[in-house]
Design a protein around this ligand. Sequence first.
Ligand SMILES: Nc1nc2c(ncn2[C@@H]2O[C@H](COP(=O)(O)OP(=O)(O)OP(=O)(O)O)[C@@H](O)[C@H]2O)c(=O)[nH]1
Ligand SMILES: [Mg+2]
Length: 446
Amino acid sequence: MAKESKRRQNSTRHHGSFDTVKGRAGRILAQGNKDATYETAAEAETAVLVAVPDKRQADARTQEYLDELAFLAETAGATVTKRFVQRLDKPDLRTFVGEGKLEEIKAYVQHTNASMVIFDDDLSPSQLRNLEAELKVKIVDRSLLIIDIFAQRAKTATARAQVELAQYQYLLPRLTGLWTHLDKQRGGGVAQRGPGETEIETDRRVVRDRIAFLKDRLKELDKQSHTQRKARTGVVRVALVGYTNVGKSTIMNLLSRAEVFAENKLFATVDSTVRKVVLDTLPFLLSDTVGFIRKLPTRLIESFKSTLDEIREADLLVHVVDISHPTFEEQIAVVNETLKDIEAADKPMLLVFNKIDQYTQEPAVEHHGGFEEMNPDDEEGPAPRPTLEQLKATYMAKLHDPVIFISAQERENLDELRALLVRNVSALYQERYPSVQPVQPDDSEA
Ligand SMILES: Nc1nc2c(ncn2[C@@H]2O[C@H](COP(=O)(O)OP(=O)(O)OP(=O)(O)O)[C@@H](O)[C@H]2O)c(=O)[nH]1
Ligand SMILES: [Mg+2]
């Protein structure tokens, strides 16, 4: 714990991401500082959340989304003190929220000395700039927040290079839009003038060079892991997939006795880990990897290509679902969509409903920071959820894939899970490698 906070302090001493977006990092980069590691929130920072749902979105849904954003903010290290919601058909082009709402946010931020405002969507470079000018605090959008958490978590060389690539790809268009906008607005005035065209060009070139370098580096790392993966021919590969925080790493640890970091934070895992598992003398490789989330920036998916290869190359996917989560069905849909995006959707899949110990028919009331009743006049509470038995019946009937209900934490139904894995893995051996005798793969590898 002490180590973690020391690491944080160290890394916050680097230029912050907002400085980056403000353009300062552009200059730091131009001076050859290659360490792009930064964090959105230092400890004890307070954050205000802003969501602009469209008019049809139900209040309860909006709060669930804001819960997730608050969870992300807390994971990044900030304390959420307030949530602002404005229903609009379309976000305001200039400042994302309308003028009146902006005034409200501004007053709150000034009054409470909040250190940042986090938006549940991505902001255009000019929205970012305008909001910064109006609110005079750090402005963070959803992509930046997620990239930032990834940056805090990435451990392996590949994951770090992938995160850095995502950071620079985020930075590049903002470098441009930012300064051209600033120049236009200030008419090239003196006091707070940004760098001239030449400097911007230099910054852009530095960033592009770095992007090219990172892509090469990732290709190199990919070649190495490809060689590693080739050595695994003849061994069935199983990948744990699922929304973030559903219990993938916990299950990995149970099945493989590995020590994968699991905790109640989003994106505890951003590297992939592969372990040899032997069940009933049947060996296979099990990989635990980064969780998915709604509105995951495409750029981030792209830069995490090597990590996602572990999923793409698997013979069998184990889709873990947190059934106790109020939006678990939407989470299933998000995971399936993301699997489609990375072209891994048509693999055989087992659906594992986890956290049955925590499932209640009461709709969840757990809220993260800054919660306030949105519509106190709204008498109509959410409908009770189906029983676990009803859910089982529905899902068994609805899906062709095998379905199982477990609690990794309470070790409930784990034997059933193991048996299901053994059945499916041995079927895959027969189908995929009819001539190969199951071999013992090398000892576990990271
Ligand atoms: N109540 C309950 N909690 C669980 C269960 N399984 C895991 N958890 C908890 O859920 C949290 C997330 O677990 P992880 O294993 O880190 O989840 P993950 O899917 O690997 O998460 P990311 O790596 O962040 O995508 C941890 O606090 C676990 O202790 C379960 O069956 N019941
Ligand atoms: Mg994990």
